[in-house]
Each structure stands twice: as C-alpha cells, then as structure tokens.
Write a protein that binds this ligand. Sequence first.
Ligand code: NAP
Length: 539
Amino acid sequence: MTDAARSVAEFDALIIGAGFSGLYQLYCLRERLGLSVQALEAGEGVGGTWYWNRYPGARCDSESHSYCYTFSRELLEEWQWTERYPGDAEIRRYLNHVADRFDLRRDIRFGTRVSSAHYDAAANRWRVTTEKGEQLTAQFLVTAVGCLSTANVPNIPGLETFAGRWYHTGQWPHEGVDFRGKRVGQIGTGSTGIQAAPVIAETAAHLTVFQRTANYSVPARNAPLTDEFQRWAKENFDEVRKVMHATTNGHPFYIDRRRVFDVTDEERQRIYEAAWEKGGLQFRATFHDLLLDKKSNDTAAEFIKNKIRQIVKDPATAAVLADIDHPYAAKRPPIDTDYFETFNRDNVSLVDVRRSPIEAITPEGIRTRDAEYPLDIIVFATGFDAMTGPLLRMDIRGRDGIPLAEVWRAGPRNYLGLQVAGFPNLFTVTGPGSPSVLCNMPVAIEQHVDWITDCIAHMRESGFNRVEADPKAVEGWMEEVQRAVDATLLPQAQHSWYLGANVPGKPRIFMPYAGGMARYRKICAEVAEKGYEGFAFGT
Ligand code: NAP
C-alpha cells in the first residue's frame, strides 16, 4: 500500500491504543466478528501504560496470576509468571507474547498518535487524523487509551532553567537512567514514587524525597512464585476467575464480611498484623466497612501510622511520613518494597513540601520556601491527568462537530462509562464512569471489551449501523455514579486524582464508578439483556 493510499484507509473499526485493552479489542473485533480493524498506537511497541512506565521499581500491585487475560485457556496454560507481582519488563514480555501469539501486530500502526477524531453524521463514519497527517475512517471508533497515560508534570517556575536532567516516571527513557554518584530529587509519593524511591536510593549518591501529601503503604511482600503456587493457579483458574468476577475490586480474594467493631481490639490487631505480614492490597479486604465508616477506617489508619513510626528510626522523619490527612484507601492505596525503611538510609532525606512548598526550580536544583536543594537529577513521580486526560488531549468531535471537551467541560458525562451522548459508535474502554481504576485492570478491560464486542455483534445481527447513548440514560448513570461514591469514604481524600484534584483547573468530579465491579458487571449485562436499554440504535 502506498503512503497516499494508506492515508485514506477505510476500516470497519479503529482502536486507539495497543495496551491491555487495545490488544484484546483488536483480537475480539477481528477474530470474533471478522471486522477489518486497525489499532493506532503512539508507542513503538505494544504495552500501553507498561510501554511508557519503565521507572525504577515499576511493578504491578495486582498479583500476577490475576493480572492477565482470561479469554484464552491456551494462553493461561502456556504463560508462566515468575513473581508474586509482575515487574514492568515481565508484563511487556507477556503483552508482546500475546501480540505475537494472536498475530495482532499486522493490524497495529506503531508510532502513530491520533490527533483528532471527528464524527461524520452523513456518512456515519469516524474520520481520524494522526499527528503524521494520515487519515483513516471507520464506522466504529474504540478508545483504548488507558486511564493513566497523560503525564502530569507540574508547572513549577524555572524547570526550563534546570542544568541537570529531569524525567517523568510515566515517560521513562528506555535505556534507563544512571543514578550513580548523582544527587537525585524525587517529587511525589503516590504508588509510583513509593515504588521508585527505594530503588533509586540503592545507587544514587543522595535521594531527597519531596512529599506534599503523606501516604499510607503496606508491604507488598513480593517474592518468586513457587512451582507449587504456579501449578495451583493454573489448576484452579476457573475458581480464581470466579472470585475476580464476584468481588468489588476484581482481585482474586474476597473482602471479608466482618465489620471492624464486630471483633475485639486484640482480635482486630491480630487481623491487621497478619494482613501486614501477608502483604499486598489484601490489607484493604480485612473488614467489610473499612471504606464505609470513618471510625472503622481510623483503626486501619492508626495501625499503619504506628508501623511507620516503628520502622522509621528518626522520629521527626517518621512524624512527617505518618502525618496522613485522609482515610486509608480513600486514595489509591500503594504497596511497597522497603519504602519506609528507605528513610533509614544515610543517603536519603525527606522534605515536607506541605509545610514548605516548592517555589521554584533553579539551575542548581529545587528551592522551597525555606531552603534550596542542589540536585543533578529530578524525578517527577507526579502522576497523570487521569481518565479524561488521554481522551481530551485528542480533538474528538461528535454530532454537529461538538467537541468532547465542551460536553465534558464540567466533568465527564457518559452512560456506563462506555458511550457519550452525541458521539455515535464511539466506545470508551474503561472510560470515566466505569470501575476501571478501582478494579484490577484486566478484569475491567475484559468486561468492557466483551460488552462492546457483543454490542457491535448485536448491531450487525439486527441490521443497525449506529448506536448512541440516550441523554436520559446518561443523566441516570451520572446520578448512580455519584450515589455510589457518596456511600463511601472516597470523597474524603480531597486531593485525590480520582477527583481530578491533582491537575490545576480540572473539574472536581469523582470519575470512576465506585459501586464495585461485580455490581457494575451485572448492570451492564442487564442493560444488554433488555435490548441495550438506554442506547438508541439507528440504521
Ligand atoms: P499520584 O498517585 O497522582 O501521585 C502523585 C504524587 O505527586 C503525589 O504524592 C502528589 O502529591 C505529588 N505531586 C503532584 N504534583 C506535585 C507538586 N506540584 N508538588 C509536589 N508534589 C506533587 O501518581 P502516581 O504515583 O504515578 O500513581 C498514579 C496511579 O497510577 C496510582 O494511583 C495507580 O492507580 C497507578 N499506579 C499503579 C502502580 C502499580 O500497580 N504498581 C504503580 C504506579 C502507579 P498530592 O498527593 O499532594 O497531590
């Protein structure tokens, strides 16, 4: 195909992104429905978030036997994870294996970033333009852009004057960064910063961690998987998947039904201690009401704060690390490998930028209100313009040329996190308004991709060419999203990225659906069973 011919290429469906969701969506539309499909991927390889996030210590917080596709028994049988939590390189190997095994690469255009996608109502097609100027059209457009893929580099005055090197963790150089002999400053103590700091500290001459909001963390207790566990996970996968589908967060363990004050103080302490020793996100599953009742939550919060005070030897540093202002797990709860222990190293120091904010970056380093810190390297572990960012950085326009940015000016509005009213045949995998980031991602992704594939299959069987969310259904769903989060403690973390609070000027709306994956799955299935209630079809 010549470049010119390629630039007007027509397909049944276009998919934006070739991470976990884009790969599976490509497989489903091509293999199950026989559509002509192209996936457009900005990176030079598959992997999505894992293509970009190669920072020191990058590792998934979901356990490896549950952080995978479940659609292919053969794939499950043949793939062997090596550690309790998969590292970034191992996940990339897995996704590359998937791309090869299902021969997906031939329908992926790498190095192709979408700049705009406009709906042409007369033709009932999406017209997509890439940054290279290619033009493609398709009846269906599926965004598989991930929730955390638009790096948020804070606008700190003077960054351009910095004489050293700086990096955002979500855009990490593939060749790595050599910290040996360097004075490193790390801004940010979210899940990423908590993973990165201990590894950076191992080689840096000195690491200064700039903490704005103190954070909880529970040990991950990562370890190589034993042969016995690997065998067990394969032999029992149907049961494991059943649990993943039946739980709130899509993990392979249930949230205990007991409530915090159902047990004695001693018993509760014993339960927390056991969960701390076991490690991982299961700590959050110790009691049913941890995210529902502030008093209950306080017991877990206090337990972790005490752990921080016990681990960190310098009482002043421990006090800053334990000065946490939000309920446990109201922000995404990190898990770590020796994070708090890292502050006992001679080459690591902590700066409280809540008390003494960063004022500027100078040629020499970072200047806070009270001091200047000379640095050779700055690491921004400052997160992402989450969920809406990756969609709004493209110029997406629906019916009558209305920009998505305008429809979402006051925050994202859609039906089931899947479709925006006025944007026919556009589907958003793990869009805002779906459980997405509150769930083990592959579970949320498979559910969305299967649902979208079934919906398109239904259209083809029924002779429909167009599907669009009904504005009334959007209204109702937005109320449900609000109701769900209001029943939890999640809104109490005022500076959470779930609320868009980390990006200046972003509307403060709780974006993911907090009603739980199991409930959400049931709602989506019922909608489909009722003839896709809330969606309007056209020929
Ligand atoms: P994040 O949770 O948004 O954390 C960003 C950190 O940077 C926060 O500590 C934030 O402080 C700080 N920050 C931002 N702007 C700042 C500024 N101008 N000055 C000082 N500090 C600033 O981002 P993340 O750690 O990259 O994690 C994002 C999400 O990615 C996670 O919640 C998780 O869902 C996912 N993730 C998953 C894994 C995994 O599975 N292993 C690993 C990493 C990330 P404030 O809190 O005060 O805003």
